[in-house]
Design a protein around this ligand. Sequence first.
Ligand SMILES: [Zn+2]
Length: 80
Amino acid sequence: MSCVFCGGKLISKKVTFIYEDDDQFFVIRNVPAEVCTQCGERTYSPEITDEIMKFAKQRFQPKKLIEVPVFDYGQRVTAV
Ligand SMILES: [Zn+2]
């Protein structure tokens, strides 16, 4: 199997999936994915995508909570 974007080689890897939808934001660790060795594009199987969507819809108790700083590129530091 090769990358649909660049034709590079895909390797099976556990990745950290970051889900973002408006103000809903969470991270799933150790998600099995096919990762392109050339461009880094990740491909998830339909089964994995289904599982990821379950995390978004059902409210599982997360393993732990981390604080995530959110920056906006448009913001500027005015005081130095
Ligand atoms: Zn690629």
